[in-house]
Design a protein around this ligand. Structure first.
Ligand code: PGA
Length: 251
């Protein structure tokens, strides 16, 4: 997929049905930048309704926050990729640090989720990022490279090309502490150089790499103007239409 400008909102476990639909209709009716692909990621209960609201909308899509690695079966409480696709989801977030940390999802499991999503025509937004102690120890580049090598770098090039990447330093998520532009650029540039090593320059240049972690209207412009940052994966600030739109207008 050619590189795009993307602003994806991850609602996490927020918004009831009515609140969620109100947010989506505010986004739908607002003036949005034509060149930016905006993605909303509501809780799965809202996927079908949001997808039907967004039919015919240009550059406004719905994603899921997670999917199971199996197609169907006795997995109480879980939701499969084909169910999400049938409900209208176009993408799915995989490997968010909250899933890794609170639900014990490791790189091998995440790779099987990515394969499952791709098999059912859901485009993965694959997240990676280091915890604070790794950043402080100065080994963040090796840490993130290892996450990639053990997961999406196992894919054939034709599959890897369908993936959007998101670098989300864990110490910046929901903390109000954003990575400094040079910290974000260092990592994004490194990720792109590893894609060159693993695949090739064309694939690296075509990969969209989003930044996530306390991205807000006040700092989005600085982050999005970095050469290797193609947009943001936004948590808290995606819950308010005005903030999310202001971020999308920051390119
Ligand atoms: P935040 O979350 O913007 O609230 O820091 C980012 C994320 O978890 O995707």
């Amino acid at each position: 997929m050619p590189r795009k400008k993307i602003v994806a909102g991850n609602w996490k476990m927020n918004k009831t049905y009515e609140e969620g639909l109100a947010l989506v209709s505010a986004l739908k009716n607002a003036s949005r930048p034509e060149s930016v692909w905006m993605i909303v990621t509501p809780p799965a209960l809202l996927t079908r309704e949001v997808s039907s609201m967004l039919k015919e909308q240009n550059q406004l899509s719905v994603a899921a926050q997670n999917c199971h690695q199996e197609t169907s079966g006795a997995y109480t409480g879980e939701i499969s990729a084909p169910m999400l696709r049938a409900a209208g989801a176009e993408l799915v977030i995989i490997g968010h640090s909250e899933r890794r940390q609170y639900f014990g999802e490791d790189n091998a499991l995440l790779l099987s989720k990515v394969r499952q999503a791709l098999a059912h025509d859901l485009q993965p937004i694959f997240c990676m990022g280091e915890p604070l102690e790794i950043r402080e120890a100065g080994t963040h580049l090796e840490y993130v490279k290892n996450q990639l090598e053990k997961s999406v770098f196992q894919l054939a090039e034709s599959d890897f090309k369908k993936i959007i990447l998101a670098y989300e330093p864990i110490w910046a998520i929901g903390t109000g502490k954003t990575a400094q532009p040079e910290q974000a650029q260092e990592m994004h540039q490194a990720i792109r150089s590893w894609i060159v090593e693993k695949y090739n320059t064309e694939t690296a240049n075509d990969t969209s790499i989003l930044y996530g972690g306390s991205c807000k209207p006040a700092n989005a412009k600085d982050l999005f103007s970095l050469p290797d940052v193609d947009g943001g994966l936004i948590g808290g600030a995606s819950l308010k239409a005005d903030d999310f739109l202001a971020i999308a207008h920051s390119f």
